[in-house]
Design a protein around this ligand. Structure first.
Ligand code: ASP
Length: 354
């Protein structure tokens, strides 16, 4: 994957307020309409020409942009390793980080980065847009300017935000709690199980007690080994044994996120329980996550979840599917499936409440 590096000191010849690393991956944010009216990714220099107000921020910006910007539907593990690697490499010489990314898979990237950057004590703000920056009604300009502002905000020399977040439509959300919930309106993201970390109005109003504090911000450990032998099994009334069986017996499969109903409930049919039991006996880690965007898995509240608990399905508490699947891939890659079994229910980066 090729990168282009650009330095823009918007404070020059004056003194910059902060050094910010921007990583531009693509997405609608920087796209432009081609001759046939189709949206295609554009390069970072083009974005800069669309943002003359950048000069007022007095920031020293180093930008790495993908030479071939991508639609985020094409994001993969190598891109996450590249993004996290750049943040790790520049951790000590930058005050904050902004990642420009398509909205479609932004919540997955935010979750993955939050687990990869262990001990993060600086802001990593991911943002994108619903309309390209070239569009007069675009949300891209405000997102970029506010994301840069948040990435550089400090209180008594300490970064206010010390975690991976998504900034979108005037709200700062915890990255690994977020979900894309809207593809046409501007309020594309929500974090049903965690309130916004900040609201951007006339000023940026931080909800300080909710923001993660990193007490060990000296060292940033990069975790980057993923095991992709993971699947998602979404339940629906009428799901057939064949479908369940084929997912549970995929060759090499190590873990499966089961998207259950409500507070973690599943049908009590004997065939389903025996398929799940057999998978667990084969060493497959089964993780129970709810289809509801708000609330949590409460094992044993209903008979329909008690049976899952009894056979050894692990509770995913109030994790999003995006957080669950990225956490599983990374933990299994780094520590193996047995250790993951005990680690998966622990809070690592604010992704769940016990
Ligand atoms: N398909 C685009 C992407 O995720 C959508 C967006 O950026 O809003 O890259």
């Amino acid at each position: 994957m090729k990168l282009r590096k650009v330095n823009v000191n918007t404070a020059s010849p004056g003194q910059a307020r902060a050094r910010i690393l921007v990583i531009y991956t693509g997405g609608t944010f920087g796209m432009s309409y081609d001759r046939d009216g189709v949206l295609v990714p554009f390069d970072f220099e083009y974005i800069l020409t669309q943002l003359p107000t950048l000069k007022n921020l007095a920031l020293d910006i180093t930008a790495y942009s993908f030479i071939e910007p991508i639609d985020s539907s094409n994001i993969n593990i190598e891109h996450w390793q590249l993004i996290a690697g750049l943040i790790h490499e520049h951790y000590n010489d930058q005050e904050g980080f902004v990642v420009l990314h398509g909205t479609d898979t932004m919540a997955y990237t935010a979750s993955a980065l939050s687990f990869m950057l262990e001990g993060l004590g600086k802001p990593v703000v991911i943002t994108g847009a619903q309309l390209p920056i070239s569009d007069p009604r675009s949300d891209a300009r405000e997102h970029m300017i506010t994301a840069l502002e948040i990435a550089s905000d400090q209180s008594n020399g300490v970064p206010i935000v010390q975690e991976v977040c998504i900034y979108f439509d005037y709200e700062l959300l915890r990255g690994n709690r977020s979900k894309k919930v809207e593809s046409m309106q501007f309020d594309a993201f929500d974090s049903g199980n965690y309130p916004a970390l900040a609201k951007a109005g006339v000023k940026i109003d931080y909800n300080y007690p909710l923001i993660r504090k990193n007490l060990n911000s000296e060292t940033l450990v990069l975790r980057k080994t993923f095991d992709t032998n993971v699947a998602i099994l979404k339940l629906f009334p009428g799901i057939s044994r064949q479908v369940v069986h084929s997912i549970l017996t995929v060759p090499g499969i190590r873990a499966i996120v089961i998207e259950t109903y409500g507070a973690g409930n599943a049908p009590t049919s004997e065939w389903l329980l025996s398929e799940l039991r057999e998978a667990i006996d084969r060493g497959v880690l089964l993780l129970n996550v709810s289809q509801c965007p708000g609330g949590r898995v409460l094992p044993g509240r209903y008979e329909t979840s008690r049976l899952l608990q009894q056979i050894g399905v692990v509770s995913g508490a109030d994790m999003t599917t995006e957080a669950a699947v990225t956490k599983l891939m990374l933990l299994i890659g780094e520590y193996g499936v047995e250790k993951t079994r005990t680690m998966i229910g622990n809070e690592l980066a604010g992704e769940l409440a016990l």
